[in-house]
Design a protein around this ligand. Structure first.
Ligand code: ATP
Ligand code: MG
Length: 139
């Protein structure tokens, strides 16, 4: 249902640092329902496709290399007004600028390795959920 779901990715550095559990706990405590989840490593080509909107940005090649560098956790999480609620919970892109207690402040390392991804609109959420999950993988 558009408006009630968003896609999150626990990025490679946060997985490496052992933050899967703490991040999922924050998501649970904020009242999101997990309706789909998987643990996987993106190929370079898959990371390029996922971040295609950024292909002309100076940070694109490094971002693709980073996002394909190790396993990630991908999940569809649901709550009323999910996109906005989740972006509030994670904080702004740069962990150094994120408020105390936000996921990126707690579990991000730097601007690129900022802990998690969150969809930026309902249209992006729809596209991103379909990128990772078939109808049969959603509950
Ligand atoms: P995300 O899409 O991952 O939720 P966002 O919407 O806050 O993050 P975007 O502008 O979509 O930020 O950038 C996508 C990702 O690219 C960021 O999360 C970060 O990992 C990386 N990134 C963005 N800006 C920079 C930058 N100036 N230098 C390095 N990496 C960056
Ligand atoms: Mg974004």
């Amino acid at each position: 249902m558009i408006g009630n779901k968003t896609l999150t990715i626990i990025k490679p550095m946060a997985v490496k640092k052992g933050f899967i559990g703490p991040i999922l706990t924050k998501i649970n405590e904020a009242g999101f329902r997990i309706s789909a989840m998987k643990y996987l490593q993106l190929t370079v080509e898959e990371a390029k496709a996922f971040y295609d909107e950024h292909r002309l940005k100076p940070f694109y090649d490094d971002l693709v290399a980073f996002m394909s560098s190790g396993p990630i956790v991908v999940a569809i999480i649901e709550k009323e007004n999910a996109v906005e609620e989740y972006r509030h919970l994670i904080g702004p892109t740069d962990p150094a600028k994120a408020p105390e207690g936000s996921i990126r402040r707690l579990y991000g390392t730097n601007l690129q390795q900022n802990g998690v991804h969150g969809s930026d609109s309902d249209i992006s959420a729809e596209r991103e959920c379909n990128f990772f999950f078939s109808a049969l993988e959603r509950y």
